[in-house]
Write a protein that binds this ligand. Structure first.
Ligand code: PDD
Length: 283
């Protein structure tokens, strides 16, 4: 497999950045993961746009322009002959001797990929289980809207989910509002109304989340960005998660208790079908 590292395509096993890279030293960078279906990247403009915007917010300059980054991603797909895959792009502030950012440093840009055809089928058939962790979503810094390399709260939350035998962990805010999963966004359905927390709660408003809100509204379903608490999550008729890798994943257990009838619900199933239609329309 081939990877792109700072100006060159190299065999994946040789892909490396300096131990002085600020991404390694301090998590001083951003990343993005996009999905490839049948050799075509899905929503590449949105993914590259988010990466460029996050880099700009952090003041990481000297990046190739968005269309050049897109071309690198496409080149990684082509060189590897990817059919279905995940491609991850990482950008860091580059190398520095110490804590102080070096304004003359060139950013590091890395693009790697791996074959990926989706999460296991049984999760969609039976629904996933989630646990609500006591780990709070960090309000600041870094702003959770940034897809930064700082993922410690989410990693600790994911470890907790794994230890409790669950598929995903949900993090709340300090105020006790549901924010998001460790690597996903959360939706509830209550009496036919779909709700998901607004970005203002403090979460990464995922690209899949945006697509699913759009699909729901086009279908004439009520879908609102509204803050909600744990009781709403636990008492919902349906719960589902969204992310690039998961697409629309129904949840049937929260903290070991069944959601609704304990089976994937009709709205999550419908949105998953519509999502697949959108994927097929791509390219
Ligand atoms: N991350 N919230 C968090 C904290 C995430 O890490 C992700 C996904 C999402 C969903 O975002 P999107 O729909 O744009 O994939 C929400 C990606 C998959 C990653 O970790 O690379």
């Amino acid at each position: 497999m081939w990877a792109y590292v700072n100006g060159a395509f190299v065999p994946d096993r040789d892909a490396a950045v300096s131990v002085h890279d600020r991404g390694f030293r301090y998590g001083d960078g951003v990343f993005d993961t996009l999905r490839v279906y049948d050799g075509r990247p899905f929503l590449i403009d949105e993914h590259v746009g988010r990466l460029v915007a996050s880099s700009k917010t952090l003041g990481i300059g000297g990046l190739p322009p968005g269309d050049a980054l897109s071309a690198l991603i496409r080149e990684v797909i082509t060189r590897n002959g990817f059919g279905n895959a995940l491609v991850r792009t990482t950008v860091t502030r580059g190398v520095s001797d110490g804590w102080e950012p070096d304004p003359t440093a060139r950013p590091s840009v890395v693009v790697v990929g791996r074959p990926f055809s989706g999460y296991p089928a049984h999760l969609y058939r039976d629904g996933a289980s989630i646990v609500v962790t006591t780990i709070r979503i960090p309000a600041s810094p870094p702003d959770p809207v940034l897809k930064s390399l700082n993922r410690l709260a989410q990693i600790q939350a994911k470890r907790e989910a794994m230890a409790r035998g669950a598929d995903e962990a949900v993090l709340c805010t300090d105020a006790g509002l549901v924010a998001e999963g460790s690597v996903s966004n959360v939706f509830c359905v209550d009496a036919g109304r779909i709700i998901t927390p607004p970005a203002s709660v403090g979460l990464l408003p995922g690209i899949t989340r945006g697509v699913v809100i759009d699909l729901a509204r086009r279908e004439g379903l009520a879908c609102d960005e509204t803050p909600f608490g744990l009781e709403d999550l636990q008492g919902a008729d349906e719960v589902f998660l969204t992310s690039t890798g998961m697409e629309v994943l129904p949840v049937t257990r929260v903290d070991g208790r069944p959601i609704g009838l304990g089976r994937p619900g009709p709205i999550a199933s419908a949105l998953r079908r519509l999502y697949h239609v959108r994927v097929r329309e791509n390219g």
